[in-house]
Design a binder for this molecule. Structure first.
Ligand SMILES: [Fe+2]
Ligand SMILES: [Fe+2]
Length: 174
């Protein structure tokens, strides 16, 4: 039978979990970035807790696997996230007198966290567990500065746009 116009009404696919198409305003962008940070913190905390539990239980095999899981997540998620932020997000804010020192401090945080991941790669046992917790806590401290200091500054600045800065950055908005 002939099909009706209704058959064509459901062909527009919405990608609910992708924000790469852009944001209507800075508040929407801020909510997406905060949501992604919260998801990342949950993940790194779970992974470092799992590594600690395996080490505490004396289970060397599981500890080996959990360390590999944590290092893998840092390589696939954490470091690309930091690198993606440094250009379009940190860059324009760093050019302002008000945020320059904050951004330079945030860049030092990134280097410290990446250094901890490097150290974790070569560690095992209690040292690996300690480094895993250090990474999780350092990330928590860092993202609090982003969520509560840097991003609100960008949102409040008429010359800067958070929505524009994170457009297309899947590593930053999820
Ligand atoms: Fe960052
Ligand atoms: Fe971040």
């Amino acid at each position: 039978m002939a099909h009706t116009d209704d058959d064509h009404a459901h062909h527009s696919h919405s990608h609910a979990h992708s924000h790469t198409g852009g944001f209507s305003d800075d508040d929407a962008a801020l909510a997406a970035v905060e949501g992604h940070h919260a998801h990342m913190l949950e993940r790194v905390s779970a992974l470092s807790d799992a590594l600690l539990a395996a080490v505490a239980a004396g289970d060397a095999g599981t500890a080996y696997d959990e360390k590999a899981n944590l290092v893998g997540w840092c390589e696939d998620e954490l470091i690309p996230h930091a690198v993606a932020e440094e250009g379009p997000l940190y860059g324009p804010a760093r050019e302002t007198a008000e945020a320059r020192l904050l951004v330079e401090g945030m860049l030092q945080d990134h280097q410290t966290i990446i250094g901890l991941v490097e150290e974790l790669r070569g560690a095992d046992g209690p040292r690996a567990a300690a480094l895993g917790l250090a990474i999780a806590r350092a990330f928590a401290l860092h993202l609090r500065k982003e969520n509560q200091l840097l991003f609100p500054y960008i949102v409040a600045s008429p010359d800067l746009s958070l929505a524009k800065a994170v457009e297309g950055l899947e590593e930053v908005v999820g």
